[in-house]
Design a protein around this ligand. Structure first.
Ligand code: DLL
Length: 433
């Protein structure tokens, strides 16, 4: 099923014409109503009338996370407060939260985008959608909620936490679709197992997971642990929330809702637009938002674009999975390391769970790098011969993937704290100031 065939399967020409029209409208709206962005455009010597083709978008200045911080809280709102009907926010990694303001129409658009995504996971009016993303300022809970409501499904607003109760509701309410972070899905899968429940007996058959980077290895574990099909959903608060893109049943990238978001991939150093297929930083221009439109917003998320038509019939451009954020990238002894690379390695070892944590520090002017990871259930940490053999194999695989070595600390299963939202995978105690 496709929620909005007209938009999701539009031919390229129709989509591009619509995008241009909406881009021109957005740029004009932004120029007339958002003083800081008008200033940027004036400084760049570009006026709304200069946007004559979609390619002209590259004439426009970028918007960055710093712009959001500088104009905190409401400086980038493009509508008067009386038209803003909702505020959401995400905890910024640096100081101030990133605030987003929505008009009534923006909420409708959000519902539409998430409805398209949930439909990719098979949701219909008959579905029971169990939402275990956190509710509140975080866009996960209310975002999944508005999408499920738009479809007319039954929504269970669980929010995150109290995992035993999550399991009870999954079982008792015959939930068919689970929405939460991938790391929380894994926590729930573990709890299902611990409760002695065979996942095949649960009604849940699909999951819509996002809000943090995850690997194919993690997906396999979730799909197996809950006996479901796992879909990837992407978004960010300041741009809208979840639903910017979602993966369909073929799981070959996430379909971007292109009639609302115009994507570009840039080289984060040269800021030049990269061709399709090349990995770089995702830049999004919202072309349907009123409350807080963002033009050429640098997400810092690393991915690439796939332009070919998907086997599902949708024609919308897809983005690959997010490999990580430019700011998640660790530079250890001069080598770039993404936590997702470590996760890919760990997932290949059946002797390990996928619960891990990375510790980075500095001793005697050298970076230290340690991986703490749990042994799978039933494996003994005091079996020295086994553990040393495993250590050598994991070490080898990590060196192969990362190009640097890493101290490995094995833990008993169940030792690391379980995630209920976005997992915290890295503790970096180096002081860069
Ligand atoms: O995480 C919105 C969201 C909620 C998306 C629920 C999907 C599901 P923020 O808290 O503002 O918003 O964080 C946005 O999370 O820039 C990415 O770095 C990361 N992220 C979001 N979805 C994915 C995903 C929400 N599917 C930041 N894969 C983004 C990888 C993701 N990273």
């Amino acid at each position: 099923m496709i929620w909005n065939e007209k938009m999701e399967c539009a031919d390229r020409e129709t989509m591009r014409a619509l995008q241009l029209e909406k881009l021109q409208k957005t740029v004009k709206h932004e120029y007339e109503n958002v003083a800081p962005y008008r200033k940027k455009m004036d400084e760049a010597g570009v006026k709304p009338e200069d946007i004559k083709t979609l390619e002209d978008i590259t004439k426009l200045p970028f918007t960055t996370k710093e712009d959001l911080a500088e104009n905190y809280p409401k400086g980038l709102f493009a509508m008067p407060m009386e038209d803003i009907v909702r505020i959401q926010a995400s905890s910024g990694t640096t100081g101030k939260p990133k605030i987003a303001g929505y008009t009534e129409n923006d909420l409708k658009m959000w519902g539409e985008c998430v409805a398209r995504g949930l439909t990719m996971a098979g949701a219909t009016k008959k579905s029971v959608v169990h939402v275990s993303y956190g509710y509140g300022l975080f866009t996960g809970g209310l975002g999944a909620h508005i999408g499920a409501e738009t479809i007319g499904a039954t929504v269970i607003p669980m929010s995150s936490g109290n995992t035993q109760k999550q399991v009870m509701f999954l079982q008792d309410m015959d939930s068919t679709i689970l929405c939460c972070t991938p790391s929380y899905a894994l926590t729930i899968a573990e709890a299902v197992k611990k409760a002695g429940i065979d996942p095949k007996t649960l009604a849940v058959n699909a999951g819509v997971f996002g809000a943090e980077p995850w690997t194919q290895g993690m997906r396999d574990k979730i799909e197996e642990g809950l006996d479901i099909k796992a879909h990837d959903i992407y978004g960010l608060s300041e741009v809208m929330g979840p639903g910017v893109s979602t993966s369909c049943q073929y799981n070959e990238g996430m379909h971007i809702q292109e009639d609302y978001f115009y994507p570009e991939i840039i080289d984060p150093d040269t800021l030049q637009v990269l061709p399709d297929g090349e990995r770089g930083e995702l830049v999004i221009t919202t072309i349907g938002k009123e409350g807080m439109p963002l033009i050429r917003y640098r997400t810092r998320d690393i991915c690439y674009l796939i332009r070919e038509k998907c086997r599902c019939g949708r024609t919308t451009v897809r983005m690959s999975r997010v490999f990580g954020r430019t700011d998640d990238m660790l530079i250890i002894r001069g080598v770039n390391v993404f936590p997702s690379q470590v996760e890919t390695v760990i997932a290949k070892f059946s002797e390990l769970t996928i619960n891990y944590k990375l510790y980075v520090g500095r001793e005697n002017n050298t970076d230290t790098f340690e991986l703490a990871v749990e042994l799978a259930e039933g494996l003994a940490i005091d079996d020295i011969a086994f553990v040393e053999n495993l250590r050598a194999r994991v070490d080898h695989a990590l060196r192969d993937m990362l190009g640097i070595g890493c101290k490995i600390r094995f833990l008993n299963e169940g030792t690391l704290p379980r995630s209920e939202g976005k997992a915290v995978r890295v503790e970096d105690t180096r002081n860069f100031s």
